[in-house]
Design a protein around this ligand. Structure first.
Ligand code: NAI
Ligand code: MG
Length: 359
């Protein structure tokens, strides 16, 4: 098939890791007889430098014309003191919104090959870890109106954001949760703060309503404070977690931290139709940018997610995941997951090690 892919390398280690992922995709295309047509677009800091905007119109157009988007990472100290409205992360929020990407899927997985590593808790090594956090991306407190800052009658500064969810927004993310649970362990935990927030009460009611269409999926509800605690205490109790934008931002990072390997975790952001956006969960790692030290595996695994979710090519996705596993089995590591007795590779060499292990 013909795959139109928009590449957004972004800032920091972005270009290095995206380069490795492109090599892997090219190899897949050659092996399975696909043709990949690449376009490249600017987002984040590099876009600010080139155009003054973190999300140039041209980037939105290029993404919309593609079957999928592969993003490295955006941001860095160079743009940290820029005014809020044009900061690099505004580009990220903006592109998700422009593409209608309302569901963010973040697997937090322990690769069996990393079991026993010193950066892992012994109980995680023992029990394994395989949780999928689904975060609503385009609603909630990050976008609700009114928002902003004003001054009270007494002259005190005041700032506010509004957490809003419409029924239809809750329903569609709930459906993604149930469908995903069906493809995994058939268990869904909906996370809210229904004991305090009205918006969470509606969230819970809608999720319960949608559950009627999925009698085979076991549903439970958890308050976000408890969920945060349970995730640290015993993550093996979870299969799929579905939650709103703010809670999902926090819980997905928490779930990732438990795996001890930021550089290994991919993510997908998908909408009702149109291109999905695939990216590693980590940031632009300015501390190691340009040094050929970054772990490209999260980005390579993001390509696998893309092949599976946006392009319906599960065999190709599995081929990449197997090659990554084989690379780890053979003892190759980047600095972030390095262990005694393993072989340390740079970003480029790690990409090549994966390539060599693809059929
Ligand atoms: P970060 O994820 O960039 O880095 C955290 C730590 O993990 C650093 O020590 C870094 O070297 C290491 N690390 C991250 N990815 C790695 C990889 N692939 N291989 C090896 N080591 C890796 O998070 P941080 O430092 O909080 O943010 C840095 C910049 O990235 C900020 O400007 C932030 O806004 C941005 N950021 C962007 C995201 C995105 O584009 N989706 C997500 C998170 C942060
Ligand atoms: Mg986050």
């Amino acid at each position: 098939m013909r795959i139109r892919l928009c590449l957004i390398p972004g800032d920091g280690i972005g270009p290095e890791i995206v380069n490795q992922a492109v090599k892997v995709l090219d190899k897949i295309a050659a092996t399975y007889g696909h043709e990949v047509e690449y376009t490249e677009a600017l987002l984040g800091g590099v876009a600010i430098d080139a155009t003054g905007s973190p999300l140039p119109d041209e980037t939105v157009e290029k993404c919309k014309a593609a079957d999928a988007v592969l993003l490295g990472a955006v941001g860095g100290p160079k743009w940290d003191n820029i005014e809020k409205a044009i900061r690099p992360e505004r580009g990220l929020l903006g592109i998700r919104k422009a593409l209608g990407l309302f569901a963010n899927l973040r697997p937090a997985t322990l690769f069996p090959e990393l079991a026993g590593a010193s950066f892992l808790r012994p109980d995680i090594t023992a029990k394994g870890l395989d949780v999928m956090v689904i975060r609503e991306l385009t609603g909630g407190i990050y976008f609700g109106e009114p928002k902003g800052e004003d001054t009270t009658e007494s002259g005190e500064r005041r700032a506010f954001n509004t957490m809003v969810y419409r029924e239809s927004e809750i329903e569609r993310i709930a459906r993604v949760g149930f469908e995903t649970a069906r493809r995994r362990g058939n268990r869904l935990t909906s996370v809210d703060k229904a004991n305090v927030l009205d918006v969470s009460q509606l969230w819970r009611e809608v999720v319960v309503e949608v559950a009627k269409d999925y009698p085979d999926v076991e549903l439970d509800h958890m308050y976000v404070d408890n969920a945060a605690m349970q995730l640290v205490r015993d993550p093996s109790q979870f299969d799929v977690i579905v939650t709103g934008n703010l809670f999902g931002d926090i819980l997905s990072d928490e779930a990732a931290a438990i795996t001890g390997s930021l550089g290994m975790l991919p993510s997908a952001s998908v909408g009702e139709s149109g291109p999905g956006l695939y990216e590693p969960i980590h940031g632009s790692a300015p501390d190691i940018a340009g040094q050929d030290k970054a772990n490209p595996l999260a980005t390579i695994l993001s390509v696998a997610m893309m092949l599976r979710h946006s392009l319906d090519l599960p065999d190709e996705a599995a081929a990449i995941e197997k090659a990554v596993q084989k690379t780890l089995q053979d003892g190759f590591r980047t600095g972030d997951i390095m262990e005694e007795g393993k072989r340390l590779l740079g970003c480029k060499a790690m990409g090549e090690a994966v390539l060599e292990r693809m059929a």
